[in-house]
Design a protein around this ligand. Sequence first.
Ligand SMILES: [Zn+2]
Length: 265
Amino acid sequence: MKKSLKITAALATVALFAASCGVVSFTGRKQVLLYTDSEIAALSDESYTEFMSTAKESSNSAATKTLREVGNKMTAALEAYLEKNGQSSALSGLTWEFQLVESTEVNAFCLPNGKIVFYEGIMSYANTPDYIAVVMGHEIAHAIAKHGNERMSQESIVNLLGSAASEAIGAKKGATAQSIFDIGFGIGSQVGVLLPYSRKHEYEADKIGVYIMKLAGYDINAAPAFWEKMMEGGSSSATDFLSTHPSDTKRVAALKEVIQNMPAL
Ligand SMILES: [Zn+2]
């Protein structure tokens, strides 16, 4: 009996895989997405509202203005590109917003609904529009590559297989969506505590980020230069961004390779 339940769970998982495949824009990588874009957006909206109710918007209006200019320029170029290439589905569930908040933390994040938050502390590194575009491109990339949904889906599959029970998969998925989301993106109560993405997601976000920089007309060589700058500063100051974005010579080398092999977009 137990064995057949396990087989049922395994078959159900295979069915889910087959039914829920997505393809990442720019890299063409196939991924499993078990959640709908609106489910992800609803959870993210809640988390973002909670975060902004405790965070303080920066009073540095010049920096905020620059940040929003870069964000708007990059997302406009990206949207035009995706539309032209019939990939607008990558934008489903995303409502871009670019926010600078008061904090000495050297950090930035993007929720899976397209809400991008920079902390004032990172602006001393991202001190030119090109450098801002490096961080911005990387964060936008996490959103359009649906890394949040993919990570939640992987968590969900692990849960399903672990339970080895033949409970209705839909009900199971629904019941755990909130808790799975909170593990990765529950930032409301603990400001800035986001679970780091996997190395695979980080490298993919770096790559796509550079493509978006190129689309929007920014200097793509600023990308490896920025990470080198972060690495230098990382040892002497508390760079929270580095704790979720481990930077080393491999990361910089990978970025340089992306730039060398950049196709015409
Ligand atoms: Zn990242």
